[in-house]
Ligand binder design. Sequence first.
Ligand SMILES: [Zn+2]
Length: 77
Amino acid sequence: MERPDLTQALGRLLGPAGPEVGCDECFDDLDGYIELELAGADADAAFPGFRAHLAGCPACRDEHESLCALVGGEQAL
Ligand SMILES: [Zn+2]
């Protein structure tokens, strides 16, 4: 049985105010986004909707975290 109420509630919780980034775009732009983040630049302005997607997508958040650790480790900040 469908639970439209639950889906709607989740959509309201997870849904970003701006344009949503899909997982494909997310993976494509992830290294660019992290580069800006690590450089102290405004990554959120360069990739609108990216942070919102990371917040709502465990798979991409995982990917972001491991890539961050990898790149950050290489740079030995
Ligand atoms: Zn995703």
